[in-house]
Design a protein around this ligand. Structure first.
Ligand code: MIG
Length: 760
């Protein structure tokens, strides 16, 4: 912050160190020994976090002193030194620099200015004559420094040398590396240097900018034109610690219901009851497991949310009951835009209660979305959220099991919402500028909270728009991708970076949304999709049908193979969710998260880890029959052949169309279920345990897969061990009655695999 002058004085109240400069004030808040919040609000606009809902005011294990015009703050692990002009430098416990503020003027180029201007104009904004952010923080860069996180941004895993804008954006043209903004705003990144790692969470809901060393090799920068400088410096020994710190602040993904991890079939254009029934029957007929069918906007009466088209779905309750008997759960889409239509009760009620955003004169603001002229619920206000939630009763009563929130950037067909549209943040009036990036977040929160209260089950909400912290309320999909190889390739870094940004329960539209997948692309996409936490095939109205059986037999067989694999892996994936709720760690993981000091992992875009035990190296190139696989240090087992391979090398792996290269780390006991058509088809009382190596261990979690009783101790934890050629297990926590009846233990590292059956 240039211009704020020298430090005159400081005082401490609780964990806040108030700093009085010559020309302004600011503070540091010590969250814990690894996290320090830096705050300065020269525009007096305040900071109204939507990401952080806990209060962190009780940490007191730190010291502070004033010396040579500087303030020095020390925790057990870090030292922060504040200097004139509010420059803050961070050091580790040995006094080695972690990162320093960059003090020289920024080298913003004319090119950057013009590009930013174009985006602003494209979004209907007037262009400011200044090309610099009014509020910004620049940090020194090291020559070798990688950046990860930043949500769903396009391109590759490492964000070094790129810049981005956080402004939730629905742009249906094919998303490419040069896109600066997509549907989600997650203003958090992880910096990985040679031997240091840190994270920054810039908690500002206005439009924010991130320059990850694009315009200079000397600094990276984050900034905004509104709100406050309000960021969290997060330190740790490794990237996992940084994610732990970030999700301590913003929350973790709660354990979902097990069926939500099953296969999901969707398409915009399943017009009526007959279509949906045909999808359910066909999944069963082709013996491709499936748990969920999504109903897109086609089910509504004239795109009026919370209604049914009576001709298309004459008796939804009966329809959904019949589907439920087949094991199919229905998820319905809900958009925020409410049709402006006198006599439509949702509109009338909202209008009467002033639940909609208004223009600056207090007149209800109208734009257009699917229903035509539409109004926008003011989700920032808790009365509106409660009302919105209750409207879902109409769907739940028909048997709907999950809610899919779309268009909540919010999208609008008649140009963008003007900056000055009035929204509320609880009782405070503010504008679109501040609310835009949290609109979808607040909508998902409204939905989650209602579903939780009403059903007592773990809510299944899917959202397109997100802000930091949305992981507490919702799973997310990456929006309108295309059926092109570039987007299959992008899926890997995009899902990995979402995971590194706290969003664990994520997936892409498998097969691609717009345009049409070739048979080969479809086969390769399901090989990535089956490892994505959210596993849904979805496509756009008017595109070629891409349900699995629309392809030739070879592709159907491949499809079935990988959906079956997904269902086998459910206990492992569920374990990862359990770990994720406690630690914030993602299910699908960038290689670098597991092997951060391995230079080959740091820029690995075409492989990922499922948890820490499974490495997947899918083929994402048309026509390829081989894949260059990189296995990090240690020994690995080929999942298909059980062959043992020594790591720390690249090698070529033969991967014909039906083969996705998968490797299991030595020392793993991989839990699996027997084959099933859907979750709930049979009692899950048998667990297959595949042993990889001569000694192996694994911790496994079990509960009722459905509600929140696990938070009151109703769960079991098993410790599995394999040593000296024998398998042993102990039950570490014993709170859930419905235990396994049988373990089938198979040692995969032995040539003649034989399985031991243990009856419990
Ligand atoms: O303007 O509801 O991303 O998944 O099928 C398009 C129709 C609106 C966009 C979503 C897509 C969904 C589609 N929606």
């Amino acid at each position: 912050m240039n211009n704020i002058g020298k430090i005159k004085n400081y005082n401490i109240s609780k964990n806040i160190i108030n700093l009085i400069f010559e020309k302004g004030t600011g503070f540091l808040q010590i969250i814990n020994e690894n996290i320090i919040r830096v705050y300065c609000d020269p525009k007096n606009e305040g900071s109204h976090s939507k990401a952080i809902e806990k209060i962190f005011d009780d940490f007191n294990d730190f010291t502070s002193k004033q010396k040579d015009g500087k303030i020095i703050i020390k925790t057990k692990n870090i030292t922060a030194i504040v200097e004139s002009d509010f420059y803050v430098d961070f050091f580790d416990q040995n006094g080695k620099s972690i990162v320093k503020d960059y003090r020289k003027p920024l080298a913003q180029t004319e090119q950057l200015r013009q590009e930013q201007a174009e985006i602003l104009i494209g979004e209907g904004h007037s262009v400011q004559d200044s090309n610099t952010q009014e509020l910004y923080i620049a940090k020194e860069l090291e020559p070798y420094e990688c950046f990860y996180g930043l949500g769903d941004k396009t391109g590759f895993l490492n964000k070094r040398h790129y810049d981005y804008i956080m402004w939730n954006t629905d742009d249906p043209s094919p998303q490419v590396d040069s896109y600066r903004a997509l549907y989600k705003s997650i203003p958090f990144y992880i910096s990985l240097k040679k031997d240091t790692v840190y994270g920054i969470f810039f908690d500002n809901t206005f439009k924010t900018y991130f320059d990850m060393g694009k315009n200079s090799d000397e600094y990276c920068m984050f900034g905004a034109n509104n709100g406050a400088i309000d960021y969290y410096f997060i330190y740790g020994k490794n990237m996992k610690d940084i994610i732990g710190g970030y999700t301590l602040l913003t929350g973790t993904t709660p354990l979902p219901q097990l069926w939500t991890l099953g296969y999901q079939q969707s398409r915009w254009g399943y017009i009526d009851e007959k279509d949906i029934g045909y999808i359910a029957d066909s999944m069963r007929e082709h013996k491709i497991p499936c748990d969920v069918i999504h109903m897109d906007i086609d089910y509504m009466d004239g795109y009026r949310v919370f209604t049914w088209d009576k001709e298309r779905h004459p008796n939804p309750k009966e329809e959904l009951e019949k589907l439920a008997k087949q094991g199919i759960k229905i998820v319905t889409i809900i958009d925020p835009g409410i049709k402006k239509d006198k006599g439509y009760s949702i509109y009338d009620e909202g209008l009467k209660n002033r639940y909609f955003a208004t223009d600056k004169d207090g007149v209800t603001y109208v734009n257009a979305v699917w229903p035509g002229d539409s109004v926008y619920p003011d989700f920032g206000n808790s009365d509106v959220r409660k009302w919105w939630g209750k409207n879902h009763k109409a769907l739940l009563d028909m048997g709907v099991q999950g809610i899919w929130n779309d268009m909540n950037e919010p999208a609008s067909f008649n140009g963008p919402l003007p900056d000055d549209v009035v929204f509320r943040d609880e009782d405070r009036y503010t504008t679109h500028k501040e609310i835009h990036n949290v609109y979808g977040h607040n909508m998902a929160k409204a939905t989650y909270e209602y579903l939780k209260e009403e059903t007592g089950k773990r809510p299944f909400v899917i959202t397109r728009a997100c802000y930091s912290g949305s992981q507490k309320y919702s799973t997310a999909w990456t929006g309108d991708n295309h059926s092109i190889w570039a987007h299959l390739q992008m899926a890997i870094p995009q899902l990995c970076n979402l995971g590194l940004s706290g969003m664990s329960f994520v997936g892409t539209d498998v097969g691609g949304f717009s345009y049409d997948p070739t048979p080969e692309l479809m086969a390769r996409w399901v090989q990535v999709g089956c490892f994505s936490p959210l596993f849904r095939n979805h496509s756009a109205l008017g595109t070629k049908y891409q349900e699995p059986w629309k392809f030739k037999k070879e592709i159907i067989d491949i499809y079935r193979k990988y959906v079956n694999l997904r269902y086998s892996l459910l206990p492992y994936i569920y374990d990862l969710f359990y770990i994720g709720e406690k630690t914030g760690l993602p299910v699908i993981r960038a290689m670098v998260l597991e092997y951060e000091n391995d230079i080959n992992a740091q820029n690995c875009n075409d492989q990922f880890m499922l948890g820490e035990n499974i490495l997947v190296s899918p083929v994402v190139m048309q026509g390829a029959t081989h894949k260059t696989v990189y296995l990090p240090e240690g020994n690995w087992y080929d999942f298909w052949t059980n062959e043992k391979i020594t790591g720390n090398k690249h090698f070529t792996y033969r991967a014909p169309l039906d083969v996705c290269p998968i490797f299991v780390k030595e020392g793993t006991i991989l839990p699996m279920y027997e084959q099933m058509e859907y979750v709930g088809e049979k009692a899950l009382d048998t667990l297959i345990l595949n042993i990889y190596g001569n000694t192996a261990k694994y911790t496994h979690y079990q509960d009722n897969y459905t509600d929140f009783n696990y938070r009151n101790g109703e769960y079991n934890i098993y410790d599995f061990k394999y040593e000296h050629n024998s398998f042993v297990y102990t039950v570490k926590h014993n709170g859930y009655e419905n235990k396994y009846k049988k373990f089938i233990v198979c040692n995969k590292s032995k040539t003649h695999e034989n399985c031991e059956i243990i009856i419990i």
